[in-house]
Design a binder for this molecule. Structure first.
Ligand SMILES: NC(=O)c1ccc[n+]([C@@H]2O[C@H](COP(=O)([O-])OP(=O)(O)OC[C@H]3O[C@@H](n4cnc5c(N)ncnc54)[C@H](OP(=O)(O)O)[C@@H]3O)[C@@H](O)[C@H]2O)c1
Length: 194
């Protein structure tokens, strides 16, 4: 998967990142100037995609994907791609459901993954989610994951807490009724930013 449609400055090989302190990981993966602005590199998206296609040609990747795209950028990639994106990964949660992008992808057989599904500030404390969770004998995190799955979207929560990992996997067994999904849909916040 291409992490970002824009190219950023090369900071050296990104190996064993997890063994580094978090600020060092951030500095390597998000190169910024003194003003805190991302340092871009002059690599057009089409060239980056050709690089991924070369991996596909060599049999190193069966399918290709792209992250953090809007619909316009995705359309552009589909126009020049010889191997089109099979997966799109974007931030998605009830505050930011990305419904038009999800519909666009699903209409074209592209699988959507929801990154950062649980970590929007305040999300897991939403009374509506707590209410649905109580009714279902689930947790608010499970309700958010089930809401994604009900839309045909694959949520990818992360956790370093064993109980949370088990809880998140068990969300696959939580089914939401249409009125419950509608209540969660109503949490959409068009001004959501982070
Ligand atoms: N493509 C991209 O640009 C992009 C950007 C961001 C993230 N991602 C990917 O998306 C995945 C998730 O991202 P993320 O870690 O930023 O966000 P996230 O999964 O939304 O949130 C993780 C946070 O939620 C907590 N959590 C997890 N399960 C929970 C539960 N059942 N109940 C309560 N809290 C729970 C975790 O704490 P505990 O550890 O204490 O459970 C952690 O603080 C990762 O694989 C990441 O690599 C991709």
């Amino acid at each position: 998967m291409l992490h970002w449609p824009d190219a950023w400055a090369y900071t050296g090989p990104l190996e064993d990142l997890a063994s580094l302190p978090v600020d060092e990981q951030e500095a390597r993966t998000f190169p910024r100037d003194e003003d805190g602005e991302i340092i871009a590199a002059d690599v057009p998206l089409e060239s980056a995609w050709r690089g991924l296609e070369a991996l596909h040609d060599d049999g190193l990747a069966r399918t290709l994907g792209i992250c953090n795209v809007d619909r316009e950028t995705l359309e552009r990639v589909r126009e020049f791609a010889r191997v089109p994106p099979a997966v799109v990964q974007v931030e998605r949660h009830p505050y930011r459901p990305r419904s038009a992008l999800v519909a666009y992808c699903h209409d074209r057989g592209i699988r959507v993954m929801a990154h950062s599904p649980l970590s929007a500030p305040g999300l897991l404390d939403e009374p509506v989610l707590a209410d649905v969770a109580d009714a279902r004998g689930a947790t608010t995190a499970q309700v958010v994951l089930a809401w994604n799955a009900a839309a045909g979207v694959v949520p990818i929560p992360s956790s370093v807490d064993e109980d949370h990992v088990v809880e998140n996997a068990a969300a696959a067994g939580v089914r939401l009724a249409a009125p419950e999904r509608a209540r969660i849909d109503a949490l959409e916040d068009p001004g959501f930013e982070r």
